[in-house]
Design a protein around this ligand. Sequence first.
Ligand SMILES: Nc1ncnc2c1ncn2[C@@H]1O[C@H](COP(=O)(O)OP(=O)(O)OP(=O)(O)O)[C@@H](O)[C@H]1O
Ligand SMILES: [Mg+2]
Length: 399
Amino acid sequence: MRLIVYTGKGGTGKTVTSCATAIKLAERGYKTLVISADPAHTLSDAFITPDIAYEQKQVLPNLYALQVDPVAEMSKQYNTILSYMASVFSAKGIDETLAYEIAMLPGMTQLFSLLKIEEVWQTKSFEAIVLDMPASGEALRYLYFPKLVGSIGRKLSGIAGLFSGFAKVFQPISSIPVPSKEVIRSEVELIDRLDNLSDIIKDNDVTSIRLVANPDTFSIENAKRAMMSANLYGINVDMAVINKIMVDSTDQYYARWASFQQSKVEEAKANFFPLPIREVQLYPTELRGVEMLSQHGDKLFGSDDPAGVFYRGQPYRFESEESGVRMTVQVPFSEKDDFDIERIGDHLSVGVKTAAGRIVNIVPLPTVTVGMKLSKARLEDKKLTVLFEKKPNLDHKPG
Ligand SMILES: Nc1ncnc2c1ncn2[C@@H]1O[C@H](COP(=O)(O)OP(=O)(O)OP(=O)(O)O)[C@@H](O)[C@H]1O
Ligand SMILES: [Mg+2]
């Protein structure tokens, strides 16, 4: 079974690319499901097929489509926990409406969309699932959570269950509501499901993330950050799609855009190195409908099987050292190139002079480096090694 996840900035073409991939998979005989967490009618709009909603609907032979309803998914698994958490905040004097808002953590709706994958996976009724997902590290972060708390979490829940009877006695004193057996059971269930999901997503033979960007600075940087997070979490990224590239024109206005975009395509290639890149032009009309989506699929994959794993590896590597963190990024230039490096907020900007002009490689930095200083950068063998050093802790200085 394969899970192919398309992610990228808003409007770059994730939905159409997911649908096109799904069509090609179905044509090859894989029983395929395409899932989108976009607003309700998105898949209907893309396929120009009515009524693709929260229930699976067959669109073509071997091809099924489904919209996720984040609210329904959430109430399946999280309502009990949510009301408990809200009651805790409420007990502390926070207004109930606000308590619910606080209990709803960022990225939660996306996480529940991902849990739909876990549910479908357990039914074993598809050979390929294509997921259309916005770019955000938040949801991926929750997938790691069960691994961190894992058995500890479960043990604690068990203990809490055991003690909840006693705790009730103290409740008037502590003024914090005691979790009911039901809350604890919901928690354990949620952790179990996240655990399964995490296993699916981290299996590099099963799951591939594919980045979708346009030839512009913003979507390239956004996709690059998604790639960094995925690498950090051990999830394989196997392709980048640069979509909506304008073709050259005799009109000066369009010709200027085309030439600007060409430079951005070069920049994207440097940024996503060494991932395989698929370039797709901006079609003369809006990309919609089964026929056009199918042609888009041909452009993307040619004679390749979209179920293949197109790249395996880690463009980013992070190693913790005693004095800080060593980060290794694969880049398409060598020590002979003239490059400069600058840290700007939460990313490094690496500029390189090439025949095609100056190319800027954006290197997003993980949170761990926030309190650290960039101490060394070395370019060798198409690898950029950057050392971040912990700053001396001033609080503990004697005197
Ligand atoms: N190569 C292309 N040529 C022409 N139109 C395109 C191309 N790729 C995408 N489009 C159009 O761009 C619009 C946005 O595409 P799509 O909805 O797939 O993006 P998205 O990344 O899913 O957006 P969102 O973040 O809002 O979900 C759609 O109208 C789609 O038909
Ligand atoms: Mg979309």
